[in-house]
Design a protein around this ligand. Structure first.
Ligand SMILES: [Zn+2]
Ligand SMILES: [Zn+2]
Length: 379
């Protein structure tokens, strides 16, 4: 009898765990020649700075949405929960990493170095000890029992010790990028790049910029990435739960940094970021260098054989989008526009004696004011 009770209890728990199995929605994005395309978010907060979520939840949220890799980048300098949660700069990584391992989610260690503009906020990822990036001055500030961000800002104007933090992050092998350069709180007169940033770029310490953050994207930052050969990033900077982010940011899609890796690993992602092999996926837009956007388009689209010819000898083709990208295609030699939604097929008629048609993919940007141009071939 006892045994039967044990068995039914066991069965009960098995059933419960069976019901709680989560299912991930994959993001369908093609690989490009020579590289696998990973979907990443390198700017995320938890309760270990000013976020309101435990680190393991960040792994689960990202997994459910189809991301391959995340970096949790809690502020080193801003710890509003410190009355209840001790300051432990490595904690979010230490908690999230083993959870990520169980879910095939790459978790990269990171921190946000938080200063007034310039240089503003910088993320350092692929570091191995966040605690030693915190400077002595910031340690004193934490000890001074202030929770106010503006206190940090006002003392920062007198002490430019951010260089110590950046140098330490760089010496740890960190990849450092500039966050939300157009954030209104730090760019009240509009977005601009400072000499401080140019010096950091010259030194080889600053290697990327967020072209998209939260619910904004910055055309100027896109241009700077092209001009200075920097890596383009698109990150959520999420502080609340995923559900609240979705409602409050009003973006159709949480930002994604597309990373083109030779190998799916922490090292593979690091190599891709160091070599600027990324693109920005933000809302309906994909932003990046032509060499990456062109194959993303080509490998997303299938053109069928002609399945019909009308009385005027126009041939009809299926144009199928196998990806989760939207493609707004505008024919350059006419007013024809096709809005090819994710995972849909459009029918295209091609005039007699025509073998190719050039389209602008209006929502794929290779420069701030220039769309990707694609040539479709028909037999
Ligand atoms: Zn920030
Ligand atoms: Zn942040």
């Amino acid at each position: 009898m006892k045994k039967r009770i044990y068995l039914s209890i066991l069965f009960f728990f098995l059933t419960i765990s069976g019901f709680s199995q989560l299912v991930r929605k994959d993001m369908n994005v093609p690989d490009i020649p020579g590289y696998t395309t990973l979907k990443c978010d390198f700017h995320i907060h938890t309760v270990f700075s000013d976020g309101n979520v435990w680190p393991t939840v960040r792994v689960e949220e990202a997994w459910l949405l189809g991301y391959d890799a995340i970096s949790i980048t809690d502020h080193l300098e801003y710890q509003p929960h410190k009355k209840y949660i001790p300051i432990q700069h490595n904690a979010s990584y230490e908690i999230a990493k083993p959870h990520g391992d169980r879910q095939d989610m790459i978790v990269i260690q990171g921190s946000e170095i938080t200063r007034v503009m310039p240089p503003g906020h910088l993320n350092a990822i692929f570091i191995h000890d966040a605690t030693s990036i915190e400077t002595e001055r910031i340690k004193h500030m934490h000890a001074a029992e202030t929770h106010r961000h503006d206190y940090l800002d006002s003392i920062d104007q007198r002490h430019q010790d951010y260089l110590l933090a950046i140098e330490e992050a760089f010496n740890q092998g960190g990849f450092i990028f500039w966050n939300h350069p157009g954030w209104a709180a730090q760019a009240p007169e509009g977005i601009k790049i400072y000499d401080v940033h140019k010096d950091l770029i010259k030194k080889g310490w600053l290697k990327g910029i967020e072209v998209a953050n939260w619910n904004s994207w910055y055309p100027e930052a896109f241009q700077w990435c092209l001009d200075y050969g920097l890596t383009m990033l698109s990150n959520s900077d999420i502080h609340q739960t995923e559900g609240i982010y979705e409602k409050s940011s009003k973006v159709a899609k949480r930002p994604v940094t597309l990373v083109f890796v030779a190998e799916k690993s922490v090292e593979g992602i690091h190599d891709a970021l160091e070599n600027a092999r990324t693109a920005v996926w933000f809302n309906e837009k994909v932003i990046g260098k032509e060499e990456f956007l062109q194959p993303l388009f080509t490998r997303s689209i299938d053109i069928s054989d002609s399945f019909f010819k009308d009385s005027k000898h126009n041939r009809f083709y299926n144009l199928k989008n196998n990806s989760d990208f939207l493609f707004i295609l505008k024919r350059v030699d006419s007013e024809t526009q096709i809005e090819l939604l994710p995972q849909t097929t459009a029918i295209l008629s091609v005039e007699p004696n025509r073998n190719e048609i050039t389209f602008e993919v209006e929502n794929f940007l290779v420069e701030p004011n220039k769309s990707l141009s694609v040539k479709l071939l028909f037999d």
